[in-house]
Write a protein that binds this ligand. Structure first.
Ligand SMILES: C[S@@+](CC[C@H](N)C(=O)[O-])C[C@H]1O[C@@H](n2cnc3c(N)ncnc32)[C@H](O)[C@@H]1O
Length: 268
């Protein structure tokens, strides 16, 4: 299986974008996430391993099992982890809805940017809960494209972002899922759910964040759906180009970009 029909696709450019995103946001998203020696950690939806390398490096003596539905992505993930000299990760092809693991076989689950692509995230969470041992922890990281605001403000930029939100919804996902983590995890039966908003703020004094997040993560993600947005007549070409130019404009010296990720931690 090459993978699911999901909004960002499996191009080399998207693999690069995921790695830029993970590297730029490692401190923000992985801060405080460390698992003890000998603990088993499941990472579903590992993709090309962009988060896996940070996860494994921060918990060098935990045993990480990373799965993805796409064999192609897994091959790349294996390479990245080997290149990073990490030896505490094993990979397996699997669908989150039907994991090839016994009940209660993991101490922890770490899941990043996967629930947003599921038509029924409750089903994925139920399966994660099944394989987690009682008392084990789950950490979920998701974004929420409704949290993006910027200076200079631009209606065209908001419309271009809206195209991505709509396209993701049309293939069954929810790019506004960050705000739903608390109700989703609670309804799935997890206990002690705590959600932390983790905000990215990038201005001209933070050129690495502007490059790594505003341009190479967020704007690149919006630009990645150009063909689908125009092909499905969600926006005119002129309006699209104006919106993308306005996103680039927020990366200039006097521009500002804000976005909030949500990190939820709960136990079984
Ligand atoms: C946006 S990528 C995130 C990858 C990685 N977690 C990261 O943050 O870089 C989403 C990944 O979820 C995978 N995926 C989508 N649906 C899946 C499913 N039903 N089961 C397992 N993986 C799935 C895709 O193949 C893709 O690699």
């Amino acid at each position: 299986m090459t993978g699911v029909d999901y909004v960002h696709g499996y191009s080399g450019r998207e693999a690069e974008r995921l790695t830029d995103q993970a590297d730029t946001l490692a401190a923000l998203l992985h801060d405080g996430v460390a698992f003890a020696a000998g603990d088993s950690v499941l990472e579903p939806g590992c993709g090309v391993g962009s988060q896996t390398v940070h996860l494994a490096a921060r918990s060098p003596r935990a045993r990480i099992v990373s799965v993805d539905i796409s064999e192609t992505s897994l091959a790349e993930a294996r390479r990245s982890v080997a290149d990073a000299g990490l030896t505490n990760v094993t990979f397996r092809q699997a669908d989150i809805h039907c994991l090839p693991f016994e009940d209660q076989s993991f101490d922890h689950v770490f899941v990043c940017f996967l629930l947003e692509h599921l038509a029924e995230p409750a089903l994925g969470l139920a399966e994660l809960r099944r394989v987690l041992r009682p008392g084990g922890s789950i950490t979920v990281v998701e974004g929420d494209h409704g949290s993006a605001y910027f200076h200079p403000d631009s209606e065209a930029a908001r419309r271009a972002i809206g195209c991505l939100v709509e396209l993701q919804a049309r293939v069954g996902g929810d790019s506004l899922i960050g705000r739903r983590l608390y109700p989703l995890l609670s309804a799935a039966g997890f206990r002690g759910v705590r959600v932390e908003p983790r905000m990215v703020y990038a201005d001209g004094s933070l050129p690495q964040l502007v490059e790594g997040f505003t341009l190479r993560t967020f704007t690149a993600m919006v630009e990645g759906v150009r063909a689908e947005a125009l092909g499905q007549c969600l926006i005119s070409e002129t309006e699209w180009e104006r919106g993308v130019a306005a996103l680039h404009r927020t990366a200039e010296r006097d521009g500002v970009f804000c976005y909030t990720f949500f990190r939820a931690v709960a136990s079984r």
